[in-house]
Write a protein that binds this ligand. Structure first.
Ligand code: AMP
Length: 288
């Protein structure tokens, strides 16, 4: 890879704004891909999607401390800066990699609180998580003011929270969702998969299999409660500790009452590693 394929790197909001405003003056469009680094093919699919939508691609790499609760994995979260830059060579124009002080200067006391899609599921099991996410995403969008920003369906609830927040605050960026990239055995790619032991890694794809089995049950006409209970039982039998496995309205994440467009979402732990995944399912209209 030629060094001049490497993206430009900036760590301040002021210099990010300078570069983006030069592009804008030339009438060029910009797409942002927010990440916490430790990039894998899931992130790169978002970058490729961004490339297809805009003239310029900005990737932010920031391990956001406010979305980690005390006792979570902030300290050991993987940091692979050199590999990340090499992976972005030829794909991204600019990497925005601010320090924690740049994003949260002394005296910082503001946070963005989202209700609606942020209630329940991750919102219950990771208190404060979505405020951390909404605050940093709002700051990144306001720093870059991109035409579009890419988010993975892997974090489906987060995608809906960001969409809601952007609509409610009137931020003029289109939020684009992209499908989950998986290993051949179905395990969703995640920067946290590296925490799994060899034994846990063989069990981990059972999470996706349990979601698919629940989707099959719904398609065959099973009641939501029964499909959820069977999914949880299956995960526990495989050795997971289940935080939740729930079947929700795909648009609002409200209860799946008289709705055909559903999403099955789960979070479950193997040892100290917490995995999340979700898939869509259509309920047959005769069962509504
Ligand atoms: P993260 O670095 O984990 O905060 O993720 C940054 C972005 O990449 C988020 O929008 C995630 O939803 C997305 N992402 C993470 N894993 C995947 C995956 N396996 N497939 C697609 N997108 C993903």
């Amino acid at each position: 890879m030629e060094p001049d394929d490497y993206p430009q790197v900036t760590s301040t909001t002021a210099s990010l704004r300078g570069v983006v405003s030069r592009w804008r003056t030339s009438g060029e469009t910009v797409a942002l891909v927010p990440t916490m680094g430790a990039l894998h093919e899931g992130h790169l699919a978002l970058v490729n999607e961004a490339r297809s939508l805009a003239d310029h691609v900005v990737v932010s790499i920031f391990v956001n401390p406010t979305q980690f609760a005390p006792g979570e994995d902030l300290g050991r979260y993987p940091r692979t800066w050199n590999e990340d830059l090499a992976a972005l060579a030829g794909r991204a124009d600019l990497v925005f990699a601010p320090s924690a002080e740049e994003m949260y200067p002394e005296g910082f006391v503001t946070s963005v609180h989202v209700d609606g899609p942020a209630l329940g599921l991750e919102g219950v099991h990771r208190p404060g998580f979505f405020s951390g996410v909404a605050t940093i995403v709002a700051k990144l969008l306001l720093a870059c003011l991109p035409d579009s920003a890419m988010f993975g369906e892997k974090d489906y609830q987060q995608l809906l929270v960001v969409r809601r927040m952007v609509a409610d605050l009137g931020i003029p960026t289109e939020i684009v969702g992209a499908p989950t990239v998986r290993e051949a055995d179905g395990l969703a790619l995640s920067s946290r998969n590296g925490y799994l032991s060899a034994d846990q890694r063989t069990v981990a794809p059972e999470l996706h299999r349990a979601l698919k089995a629940a989707a099959d049950a719904i398609r065959a006409g099973a009641p939501v409660d029964a499909a959820e209970a069977e999914g949880r039982r299956r995960l526990e039998a495989a050795g997971f500790t289940v935080d939740y496995l729930e079947i929700r309205d795909a648009e609002t994440l409200g209860r799946a009452r008289d709705i055909s467009d559903l999403r099955i979402l789960a979070a479950a732990r193997l040892g100290t590693t917490r995995l999340i995944d979700n898939i869509p399912v259509q309920r047959p209209s005769s069962k509504l």
